[in-house]
Design a protein around this ligand. Structure first.
Ligand SMILES: Cc1cc2nc3c(=O)[nH]c(=O)nc-3n(C[C@H](O)[C@H](O)[C@H](O)COP(=O)(O)OP(=O)(O)OC[C@H]3O[C@@H](n4cnc5c(N)ncnc54)[C@H](O)[C@@H]3O)c2cc1C
Length: 489
């Protein structure tokens, strides 16, 4: 049995590796010269690692982390919380998940009052306790509206903004509440309780998983071709009978898995595909572009140990990879800071020199040590489809993995699961697509897709009650302190 996988990003590599596990002869076609798609990196002529973009892993990424470990990739390096910088350069820690140490540290934040923290904590807990139906209904409103309804203070919302924009590439008043509540509702999973962290690839993202994945596929008889673009999907009747490639050849298989971005899929679909609502809906998806900037300094300008965010400015999240990532830290002689610039609609028309200058100026404002350091090198990387735009109402247009053609399946971060766009959905959707293909073409039932472990409802209830009590106690304490302060005045 032969399968053709189109696209060698994380979803395509994950699907191809799954197919190999079941003895299927896999052929993967990737248009560009390197594998990994948006989640990749390469080494440039100076020997420096260039990341296509700053990527973080979350503890609940069970499909993605499972794929990395299966192909023998090195596990991520885990860090704690997000350090938030305000305009004055003051910073405080925003905890992610249930880590007691980070929560306690965060309570001493100079930029967030206890009330701010309690309002955000309670809203996050409320999202974690929501049923699937309630979460689905949140696709009709923006996250900002949802936060207002749940009493999140203005300052807490401002602290949440850079992380939210960094994850979805939209402002909180543009993004579907469902898309972001997916992340916050994951914080109650067992994985966060055991490891309340944010993971970084221990080295360039491409280095840690792309070559191991290629090796995994090839050692099991698969064929991986780069620099080979699919230009047309050839359909006869209601079946795919092959694909044309840029070099004018036709490649055939028993079934086909598209791991292409949705805008590339639109280009290769034949006209008759538009007879189906399923394919027409793919035209309703829009892109949310991103920009990444990487700056190499001639000395260390931070001692960062975790990801940071700027509350207002051109970039939102940033990380000094040479101080955070152990493999880089071993031999680095200066900082290498990666910045995520999202939303990027208003910036993408600017020349790279201007974007770099804006980022450097803002970075020097919040990081004094960078003011005297020389920039050794910089790079601006543009991604047309940072992530598909998860605006209110967009979720219903995401296509599921089975298509109206019985031998064509779709996977990729935009395809529909309960997971929002990102690496976890790239892998989860690949597992689902392969699961369907195995069942329908080989008669094999296999559940490759996994869900994070949810704590049971008693524990949820207990947590909710505990957090409500803690929130009330903290609010009362803060009110008492304020009254005391006023009396002293
Ligand atoms: C700036 C930025 C930051 C991000 N940060 C995070 C993060 O912190 N955490 C997270 O989970 N996710 C993050 N993401 C999202 C993550 O990168 C994507 O969700 C994931 O890589 C998508 O994988 P994919 O395989 O679905 O798609 P892609 O990576 O887009 O792969 C599609 C592949 O298909 C190939 N292709 C296209 N057309 C053709 C054709 N005609 N023929 C053959 N091949 C073709 C492409 O070259 C590409 O290799 C980030 C993305 C960006 C841009």
């Amino acid at each position: 049995m032969k399968a053709l996988v189109m696209g060698g990003g994380m979803a395509g590599l994950c699907a191809a590796s799954d197919l190999c596990d079941f003895g299927i002869q896999v052929h993967l076609l990737e248009a560009t010269g390197i594998l990994g798609g948006r989640a990749t990196s390469w080494v440039d002529g100076d020997g420096d690692t260039v990341d296509n973009a700053l990527h973080i892993f979350m503890p609940h990424y069970c499909n993605c982390l499972g794929f990395l470990s299966k192909v023998g990739a090195e596990p991520p390096h885990w860090t704690q919380g997000i350090t938030n910088y305000d305009e004055g350069g003051r910073c405080g820690l925003l905890p992610i998940g249930g880590g007691l140490r980070t929560i306690l540290q965060a309570m001493r934040s100079p930029t967030m009052s206890v009330i701010d923290q309690a309002s955000l904590g309670l809203a996050i807990l409320a999202s974690a306790l929501m049923s699937k139906e309630k979460l689905d209904a949140c696709d009709d409103i923006t996250l900002l509206e949802w936060f207002k309804r749940h009493g999140v203070t203005r300052n807490a919302t401002a602290h949440f903004r850079p992380g939210g924009a960094g994850l979805t590439f939209l402002e909180l008043n543009q993004v579907s509440a469902k898309a972001l509540l997916y992340w916050t509702s994951s914080f109650i999973n067992k994985e966060y309780m055991l490891n309340p962290g944010i993971g970084f690839a221990n080295g360039g993202l491409g280095e840690i998983y792309v070559e191991p994945a290629r090796r995994y596929i090839e050692e099991r008889g698969g064929k991986v071709e780069t620099g080979r673009r699919v230009t047309e999907l050839l359909v006869r009747g209601n079946e795919v009978e092959g694909v044309s490639t840029e070099d004018g050849e036709t490649v055939t298989a028993d079934f086909y898995i598209s791991a292409l971005p949705y805008y590339e899929l639109r280009r290769i679909l034949p006209d008759q595909a538009l007879d189906y609502r399923y394919f027409l809906d793919i035209w309703r998806l829009e892109e949310a572009p991103s920009l990444s900037v990487q700056i190499w300094f001639d000395r260390f300008v931070t001692d960062m140990r975790n990801i940071a965010a700027q509350m207002r400015g051109t970039f939102n999240c940033f990380a000094d990879m040479h101080t955070i990532v152990p493999r880089f830290a071993e031999k680095a002689t200066g900082s290498m800071v990666e910045f995520v610039l999202t939303p990027a609609f208003h910036l993408r028309g600017l020349p790279s020199e201007r974007i770099f200058a804006l980022v450097l100026e803002e970075f020097r404002r919040i990081m004094p040590a960078a003011r005297t350091a020389e920039v050794r090198k910089w790079m601006v990387i543009r991604e047309r489809q940072g992530i598909f735009a998860q605006r209110p109402g967009a979720d219903r247009f995401r296509p599921p993995q089975r298509t109206p053609y019985p031998n064509l399946y779709l996977c990729g971060d935009y395809t529909k699961t309960f997971i929002s766009a990102g690496m976890e959905n790239a892998c989860a959707s690949a597992h689902i697509a392969v699961g369907h293909a195995l069942y329908e073409h080989l008669g094999k039932e296999a559940t490759l897709f996994s869900r994070p472990t949810l704590y049971n409802s008693y524990l949820k209830g207990g947590l909710a009650a505990g957090a409500a009590l803690a929130g009330t106690a903290l609010a009362a304490r803060s009110l008492r302190a304020r009254r005391k302060g006023r009396r002293a005045d």
